[in-house]
Design a protein around this ligand. Structure first.
Ligand code: ADP
Ligand code: MG
Length: 363
């Protein structure tokens, strides 16, 4: 396994696109530590597959370098990089049996026969296809075929890293959970460097130790699930992660206060903050409290709708012209003359979409 370093990687799919300034990856400068379990999370089109294919060698970046440990692999072929990659859709040999498909990457690498047998049996059990070991792959269902693809990716122990590109797309929902647990288990047992691409926050947050959030060709934050929840470094992270996402309210800043729709809110990072450009206040719905009007710091709101989501309720309201969501407990009452307060520790201030740190600079 290897430490993977992306050194100022940029990528445009053609010279014309580069000339027009249209980069699929605008600038990626990042390290995946040896043995880490990472998720690359972001909406469709943000550059996840492009980045993964640059790591595996299917694509050569327009600019920058890629290192595995200290070796520059930018110009090496996928074969030479010794990477396993699992794609969104099955890549298998239809005419081979399930067991032969799993044995193939090992035989290719001249692994001794006894070892091949042992590893194939182990992998068949992990992906739940023991009973079908001797069936030709051709007749199997799409999700069985995808399990074979996963097995082929995971069966080797000598790879530098294993890359997954939305591998559970064709798997049915209850199997998804099981296979994801199996991947986590393999990671715990063998400490492989794993990079897992997904656009699904639940998948990312349950799989990874570290989540790399991408937006529009850039990495906007790398963090643990807790860090992404508590201190989104970018407004995009705030509303992409969480359900519903963070409230992002346009504001102006006056001394140590933010002003939203004429309401004054004391900022935790204190005085002396001066900034031009777009400023916004972020507060997660979990930290918005519904109160009666007239109390200290209570800001009147109009309630549009209350949605039941099991053990909690989501209140959809408006503060002035701005939509605002709050999460309240199932039994909590909704005041008829409603107002809200914000938990001060959970306020995040953004300047041009980037978090302003507690000392007044941007992160
Ligand atoms: P994701 O995997 O996050 O959905 P991609 O890496 O596939 O995103 O795509 C990133 C951007 O690059 C998108 O704007 C997409 O349209 C563009 N793109 C992807 N593949 C190609 C290609 N072969 N030629 C030109 N543009 C591409
Ligand atoms: Mg993709």
């Amino acid at each position: 396994m290897a430490r993977i370093r992306l050194d100022h990687i940029r990528h445009a799919y053609s010279a014309e696109l580069a000339k027009a300034g249209t980069y699929a990856l605008r600038e990626i400068d990042h390290v995946f530590e040896d043995g880490g379990a990472y998720a690359l999370l972001g909406p469709s089109g943000c550059g996840k597959t492009t980045l993964l294919n640059i790591i595996s060698g299917l694509l050569t970046p327009s600019e920058g370098h890629l290192y595995f440990d200290r070796t520059d692999v930018t110009m090496l072929t996928p074969e030479q990089r010794n990477i396993a990659q699992v794609f969104q859709f099955p890549v298998i040999y239809d005419t081979m049996t399930v067991a032969e498909n799993l044995a193939f990457p090992l035989k290719n690498r001249k692994v001794p026969a006894g070892e091949v047998k042992r590893r194939v049996a182990d992998m068949l059990a992990r992906i739940g296809l023991e009973e079908k070991a001797n069936r030709k792959a051709r007749g199997l269902t799409a999700d069985e075929k995808q399990k074979i693809s996963l097995g082929r990716g995971l069966v080797r122990s000598d790879v530098n890293a294993i890359l997954f590109d939305e591998p559970l797309t064709v798997i049915d929902p209850h199997m998804k959970w099981q296979l994801r647990s199996e991947l986590k288990q393999l990671h715990r047992e063998f400490a492989m460097t794993m990079v897992y691409v997904t656009h699904d926050q639940t998948e990312a947050l349950t799989f990874a130790d570290k989540v790399v959030v991408m937006y529009d060709g850039e990495v906007v934050q790398i963090g643990t699930p807790e860090e992404l929840f508590e201190r989104p470094q970018h407004t995009f992270v705030g509303y992409f992660i969480g359900s519903p996402g963070m409230n992002v309210l346009p504001c102006t800043v006056d001394g140590s206060d933010a002003i939203v729709s004429g309401e004054r809110i004391a900022l935790p990072n204190g005085a002396g903050f001066k900034r031009t450009g777009k400023t916004e206040l972020g507060i997660r719905p979990e930290f918005v409290t519904l109160v009666e009007r007239g109390g200290p710091n209570a800001m009147p709101v109009t309630i549009d709708k209350v949605e039941d989501i099991g053990s909690e309720r989501i209140v959809r309201a408006r503060l002035g012209d701005h939509p605002l969501s709050a999460i309240i407990e199932e039994g909590a009452s909704v005041p008829s003359q409603a107002a809200v307060t914000f938990a001060p520790h959970a306020l995040n201030l953004y300047a041009d979409s980037r978090l302003v740190d507690r000392s007044g600079g941007t992160a």
